[in-house]
Design a protein around this ligand. Structure first.
Ligand SMILES: Cc1cc2nc3c(=O)[nH]c(=O)nc-3n(C[C@H](O)[C@H](O)[C@H](O)COP(=O)(O)O)c2cc1C
Length: 187
């Protein structure tokens, strides 16, 4: 069993998947890891829609192309778009924002979902599976496709399956000196 720090250190976003099915027990383990996450007042505002049907995954993939997406890295298309059709499972992570905090203009349902979905990705990795957080998609179209009620936000899409190739390095992080200040903020 992979320990927590090892899982954190070796997880990489996976965007190429084999067609090997995900065992139901492994899918359950991954969903259970999300369920166990901490949340605002333990309100557990998350909901997950699991999509395995190939035609539905294809539609989800089509909805994850957003023409206006350039982002800070200048992507013209979503690099994970194909993964959503390729992976045997897509988990759609949703939130009921009224079940979480809204203080100082900060909506904590995003934190709740971030924590739960990192649990999900780490559990997937520990089980030999891969995933990636996909945040670029047409939320309205996705809501219609999946019958998601109004008021529920769709936060991310997570293709899940066996990686076709091992996760590559090459997603460097800023050095700790750049992001951590001791005592007070220093510019
Ligand atoms: C909130 C969020 C949204 C993301 N959206 C996308 C996306 O739409 N498409 C994609 O290919 N990757 C997406 N990613 C994955 C990041 O690009 C990736 O985590 C980052 O480059 C670091 O690489 P690593 O996960 O392999 O360590 C997203 C990640 C986060 C946390």
């Amino acid at each position: 069993m992979m320990d927590t720090l090892e899982a954190i250190k070796t997880r990489r976003s996976v965007r190429k998947f084999s067609d090997r099915p995900v065992e139901p027990e492994k899918l359950r383990t991954v969903l259970d890891a999300a369920r166990l996450a901490p949340s605002w007042a333990n309100m557990q505002c998350w909901r997950f829609v699991v999509v395995e049907d190939a035609a539905m995954r294809q539609k989800i993939s089509e909805l994850s192309y957003v023409e206006t997406f350039f982002g800070p890295r200048g992507y013209k298309t979503n690099p994970a778009q194909k993964a959503l059709a390729e992976a045997p499972v897509v988990i759609v992570a949703c939130a009921e924002p009224t079940l979480s905090g809204d203080l100082r203009g900060q909506q904590y349902y995003m934190a709740d979902l971030g924590i739960a979905t990192e649990n999900l990705m780490l559990a997937a990795h520990a089980e030999g599976l891969g995933s990636v957080f996909v945040g670029v998609f047409d939320e309205e179209g996705m809501g219609e496709l999946l019958d998601i009620p109004s008021g529920i936000r769709i936060v991310g899409l997570f293709p899940l399956g066996y990686p076709l190739e091992p996760g590559k390095g090459g997603a460097p992080r800023k050095p700790i000196e750049e992001i951590v200040f001791y005592g007070k903020w220093k510019g």
